[in-house]
Ligand binder design. Structure first.
Ligand code: NDP
Length: 470
């Protein structure tokens, strides 16, 4: 049977771009539909603009800390309008770069919404064009999910938070996951008064418990009011624009903005998936096997729409694996083991492998190594900020099965540690590695004594006193 294209990808986000580019440069005929802007969540309204705002928000503290090093700096604060304008320019540049990259590779871009009509046909919604393809891949990502409470229409999500006209003087951030914690840090760093309202016991559920506690303590030191066990029951908007929150605790609060970061739902509606026979799970995620194949042989799905591990680099690696499977003659399953990740909170969190609780459930006996110290940078700045690192070691094999950090540059540091964990390095191999001195990162290879809970009320401080860490 003849098809218009070998591959039709719905969604030009991180996964869809990588897949369509790889397949096109191998010589196959590829088209990709995008209803918004090429780049998807990560580039247009996620990781990239968020990280730029994180950078911006750190300068306030850095300028204060510089005084400890003799700098005499006067600041009149950050211009939100300038920041957003410059961020938008950078996003435009990246969007154009991705469009150029796809076009150079020979990918046909189909602006608009594509709907699956049958296992080999899509229809472009606005002009009714029918396009056939040997393989169809759904890479439509996810979208912020909001609870249905009265007044929720007054809330914003991370999408709007990146585009606000003014920096809110007072903001409530609802949720305790990646996005909530990151935006709480951004707004706090830029000078807003921030309340973080989380329904659970402690922020960052699913992360190592020591990391959660440490980050909550450090965020509180910076002035973020974390209110755990708190849910918003309703929002009201006053005539002056003030948002009034009613809380389940009986309390309330007034804000200029209320940001809900309460998770993301797969973009699987209205795509014709059910009609074509593609199975979805109870939450609307496309069900796939290890090779990203759906219940229909010619239709695959990658990235956040499958709700496997909703991270950009994972979507990219799923796209690359699928290109190898469908067009490279090398069936390659997606690999979701030991995926490192970072939360760009302030300070940052970096993590790879198992939490202590996960490892205990899997292996029973563990050796734990922990260190908490004031980084050298803050000896002269005087800032009361501590860093924390933890290694989780399976006792029987002495394999490092988890590494966790809270502290400046944790994201950068954990990337290197992740290679060792992925390779199955033992604690002895960590110990064998010479540290880079003087750094915080060297603590990962100098923690010698296992942590002993009853005897040590506080985490032992390891390492060389010459490091000036304390
Ligand atoms: P998460 O799933 O990480 O967190 C959602 C939070 O909202 C949780 O704290 C959850 O509470 C809470 N929540 C869910 N529903 C409700 C509700 N009805 N009322 C009140 N609170 C609620 O989602 P995010 O939106 O933060 O991020 C989505 C995904 O995007 C992440 O899982 C991550 O994979 C990815 N991401 C990655 C980033 C990175 O790599 N740095 C940055 C940003 C996003 P509870 O814990 O009780 O369930």
């Amino acid at each position: 049977m003849d098809f218009d294209y070998d591959l039709f990808v719905i969604g030009a986000g991180s996964g869809g771009i990588r897949l369509s580019w790889m397949v096109a440069i191998s010589g196959a005929k590829v088209a990709v539909a995008e209803q918004s802007r090429v780049g998807g969540t990560c580039v247009i309204r996620g990781c990239v603009p968020k990280k730029l705002l994180v950078y911006a928000s750190r300068y306030g503290e850095d300028l204060v800390d510089a005084a400890g090093y003799g700098w005499q700096v006067e600041t009149r604060g950050c211009s939100w309008a300038t920041l957003i304008e410059r961020k938008n320019r950078e996003i435009d540049r990246l969007n154009a770069a991705y469009v150029g990259m796809l076009e150079t590779a020979g990918v046909t871009l189909c602006p608009g919404r594509a709907v699956i009509a049958d296992p080999h046909t899509v229809v472009i919604a606005h002009d009714g064009r029918r396009i056939t393809a040997r393989h169809i891949v759904v890479a439509t990502g996810a979208w912020p999910a909001l609870p249905s409470i009265p007044g929720i229409e007054h809330a914003i999500t991370s999408n709007e938070a990146l585009e606000m006209r003014e920096l809110p003087r007072r903001i409530a951030v609802v949720g305790g996951g990646y996005i909530a914690v990151e935006f709480a840090g951004i707004f706090n760093g830029l000078g807003s008064q921030v309340d973080l309202l989380y329904r659970g016991e402690q922020i960052l559920r699913g992360f190592d418990d020591d990391v959660r506690q440490m980050l909550a303590d450090e965020m509180a030191k910076k002035g973020i009011a974390i209110r755990n066990r708190t849910s918003v029951l309703a929002l009201d908007k006053a005539t002056d624009g003030t948002l009034h929150t009613t809380l389940d605790s009986g309390g309330c609060g007034d804000y200029d903005a209320v940001l809900f970061a309460t998770g993301r739902a797969p973009n699987s509606g209205g795509l014709g998936l059910e009609g074509a026979g593609v199975a979805l799970d109870a939450k609307g995620a496309v069900v796939v096997d290890a090779f990203s194949r759906t219940s229909v042989e010619s239709i695959h799905a990658i990235g956040d729409v499958t709700s496997r591990v909703p991270l950009t680099p994972v979507a990219v690696s799923e796209g690359a694996a699928l290109a190898a499977t469908l067009f490279g003659g090398r069936p390659t399953p997606a690999d979701h083991n030991n995926v490192p990740s970072a939360v760009f909170s302030q300070p940052e969190v970096g993590t790879v492998g198992m939490t202590e609780a996960e490892a205990r459930a899997a292996f029973g006996e563990l050796d734990l190594y922990k260190t908490s110290f004031r980084p050298m940078r803050h000896t002269l700045s005087g800032r009361d900020e501590r860093s924390f690192m933890k290694l989780v070691v399976e006792r029987a094999s002495q394999r490092v099965v988890g590494a966790h950090m809270v502290g400046r540059d944790a994201a950068e540091i954990i990337q290197g540690i992740a290679i060792a964990v992925k390779m199955g390095a033992s604690k002895a191999q960590f110990d064998m590695t010479v540290g880079v001195h003087p750094t915080s990162a060297e603590e990962f290879v100098t923690m010698r004594e296992p942590w002993a809970p009853p005897a040590s009320p506080a985490c032992p401080v390891s390492g060389d006193p010459g490091l000036q860490k304390s």
